[in-house]
Design a protein around this ligand. Structure first.
Ligand SMILES: NC(=O)c1ccc[n+]([C@@H]2O[C@H](COP(=O)([O-])OP(=O)(O)OC[C@H]3O[C@@H](n4cnc5c(N)ncnc54)[C@H](OP(=O)(O)O)[C@@H]3O)[C@@H](O)[C@H]2O)c1
Length: 248
């Protein structure tokens, strides 16, 4: 039996051309959801589109930090039963080298786009009652690492926003939750491995009692949060870190 029952649910997944968003999109359609998926890279987004099961899915290609693109996406968006906010970037900046440009770049896609999208869709009544909204955040929003100040702050802002959204939307049974993940093997992981070395990453993995995460580990939690099975869960931050922070 398909206990998640995502059939007939219409879901927007941003950042679906890569990593966690891509895997989650494919998994959602295996449970019957209809998707609108977004990304900047058309070739990679089309590849994911071709892996989706079922019919009636849509794609939107564009940089969501450009206001016109965000407006276009909002206008083509059908009424939604779920949103997965996966679009995001990670770039390390030591505090003394932070510039206004870097602050804007990091906060625009990691925070503002998710907020503007959610707010506009609510205003246009494109988020159905009983919908579920999931934001991708990071354990670095709660546990500091050197060079992570800007990224961590952008994700901490998401954590707070989601909790307020949860209480504002509860009367319509619209839920909002955050997944706070540690290292998941995606292109972001590959970047980190290039920036340091694979030996450093292997050493880092020893701090994870269950090892680094895979995209389907996160995808499974997102599926759960989008399904009615989690209908009593809102305003939470679910930590997924293979035990990394359990002893901290
Ligand atoms: N991987 C991890 O270890 C980890 C841990 C904690 C949290 N997270 C969070 O999880 C989310 C997904 O991460 P990931 O590892 O799957 O990353 P990823 O593989 O690099 O994918 C990022 C996605 O965001 C899209 N994107 C980035 N900038 C965009 C923009 N300006 N406009 C539209 N789309 C944009 C990318 O589109 P294109 O590729 O088409 O350009 C891509 O689809 C991010 O928010 C990240 O912060 C990741």
């Amino acid at each position: 039996m398909n206990y998640l029952q995502l059939e007939h649910k219409v879901i927007l997944v941003t950042g679906a051309s890569s990593g966690i968003g891509a895997k989650t999109a494919v998994m959602l359609t295996q449970y019957g959801a209809k998707l609108l998926i977004t990304g900047r890279d058309k070739t990679r987004l089309d590849e994911i589109y071709n892996q989706l099961e079922g019919n009636g899915h849509q794609t939107y290609v564009g940089d969501l930090t450009i206001d016109e693109n965000l407006s276009d996406l909002i206008s083509i968006c059908p009424s939604l039963d779920g949103i997965v906010h996966c679009a995001g970037i990670i770039k390390p900046f030591p505090v003394k080298f932070i510039t206004q440009k870097q602050i804007s770049e990091m906060f625009k896609i990691n925070f503002e786009v998710a907020i503007q999208l959610t707010s506009s869709l609510l205003k246009k009544k494109k988020i159905n009652d009983f919908a579920s909204i999931v934001f991708m955040s990071s354990v670095s929003s709660q546990f500091a690492h050197k060079g992570g100040a800007l990224y961590s702050a952008s994700k901490a802002a998401i954590n707070s926003f989601s909790r307020s959204l949860a209480i504002e939307c509860a009367s319509k049974k619209i839920r909002s939750n955050v997944i706070s993940a540690a290292m998941v093997k995606t292109p972001i992981f590959d970047q980190a491995e290039t920036a340091v070395t694979s030996e450093v990453m292997l050493l880092h993995e020893k701090d994870y009692p269950l090892g680094f995460g895979n995209t389907d580990d996160v995808g499974n939690a997102i599926l759960f949060l989008l399904s009615n099975v989690s209908k009593w869960i809102t305003g939470t931050i679910i930590t997924m870190d293979g035990g990394l922070t359990a002893g901290q």
